[in-house]
Write a protein that binds this ligand. Structure first.
Ligand SMILES: Nc1ncnc2c1ncn2[C@@H]1O[C@H](COP(=O)(O)OP(=O)(O)OP(=O)(O)O)[C@@H](O)[C@H]1O
Ligand SMILES: [Mg+2]
Length: 231
C-alpha cells in the first residue's frame, strides 16, 4: 500500500491523566477515501483518541501524522485549516438562526485555504446557492426556514453535519454521530455519512457495532473497524 494512501496515522499514541493510562500505544492508519469506525465499550478511550487526533488533548507519548506531516504539536485551529475537521469544533449551531442562516454563517467562516474549492469558484457559486445545496444534501430542505432550536434531535445532527461540510473538510471526524438518535433518524444520518464519505475520508467513533455495520434494512455502511479496548 503506498504511503500516500494513508491520510491520517497515529503511532504509539498514549494519553495519561495524572498517571491513569486512558489510551495506550494506539496505532492507527486511515486510508484516504474510506470510512473508519472506532468501536469499543464505555471508557475504552475512544473519545480520548478522537481528542488526541484533533489536538484537543496533547498526547503524553506518540505521534500523529496527517498527509505525511507530523501534527503532534500543531494547534487544533491550524489542523482545521489543513482540512482535518471534527464535527462540533466548528459546527456550533446557533439555535435562534434558521437552518439556512446557520449554513451561510458556516460557509462564511474565514478558513480560506485551497481545499475550499467553492471559494475559488465564487463567480459560479453564490453563497446562498451553496448553502441551499448543502441543506439539500443533508435532507433539510423542508426545514430551511426553521430555527435550529425547532429541529428534532436527528435533524439537528444533520445540520451539524451540514455546517461541518460547509468547511469542505478532507477528513471529517464524528464522535458518535448517531448517539441519542431515534430509529427513524439513524438510517437517514447513516446514509448521509456514507454519501459524505464518497469523496472524503471519515473517521467516526461509535459505541455500537451493530448500528455501524447494519442498518435496520441491511448493511448500509461497511466501515473499516478499529477496536478500542479497556486495558
Ligand atoms: N480529562 C480526563 N481526566 C481524567 N480521566 C479521563 C479524562 N478523560 C477521560 N478520562 C478517562 O479515560 C478513560 C477513557 O475515556 P473516554 O471518554 O475516552 O472513553 P470512551 O471510549 O469515549 O467512552 P464512552 O463510550 O463512554 O464515550 C475513562 O476511564 C475516562 O474516565
Ligand atoms: Mg466517548
Amino acid at each position: 500500500m503506498p504511503t500516500d494512501d494513508i491520510i491520517l496515522e497515529a503511532r504509539n499514541l498514549t494519553k495519561e491523566f495524572k498517571g491513569f493510562v486512558a489510551v495506550k500505544e494506539v496505532n492507527l492508519q486511515v486510508r484516504r477515501g474510506t470510512i473508519h469506525a472506532l468501536i469499543g465499550p464505555n471508557g475504552a478511550g475512544k473519545s480520548t483518541v478522537f481528542n488526541l487526533l484533533t489536538k484537543f488533548l496533547t498526547p503524553t507519548r506518540g505521534q500523529i501524522l496527517y498527509k505525511g506531516r507530523d501534527i503532534t504539536r500543531t494547534k487544533p485551529a491550524d489542523i482545521a485549516l489543513m482540512g482535518l475537521v471534527r464535527s462540533f469544533q466548528i459546527s456550533a449551531v446557533f439555535p435562534h438562526l434558521s437552518v439556512l442562516e446557520n449554513v451561510r454563517v458556516a460557509l462564511q467562516r474565514p478558513l480560506g485555504t485551497s481545499f475550499h474549492f467553492w471559494k475559488s469558484e465564487s463567480s459560479l457559486y453564490d453563497l446562498h446557492d451553496r448553502a441551499l445545496e448543502l441543506i439539500e444534501a443533508v435532507n433539510l430542505t423542508p426545514w430551511a426556514g426553521h430555527t435550529a432550536a425547532e429541529l428534532p434531535y436527528g435533524r439537528k445532527r444533520a445540520l451539524e453535519i451540514a455546517t461541518t461540510l460547509a468547511l469542505d473538510p478532507e477528513v471529517m471526524l464524528l464522535d458518535e454521530p448517531l448517539a441519542g438518535m431515534g430509529h427513524e433518524d439513524i438510517e437517514g444520518t447513516a446514509a448521509l455519512i456514507k454519501r459524505v464519505a464518497a469523496d472524503r475520508t471519515v473517521l467516526m467513533v461509535e459505541h455500537n457495532l451493530s448500528v455501524v455495520a447494519h442498518g435496520s434494512s441491511g448493511t448500509w455502511m461497511s466501515p473499516e473497524i478499529v477496536w478500542a479496548k479497556r486495558h
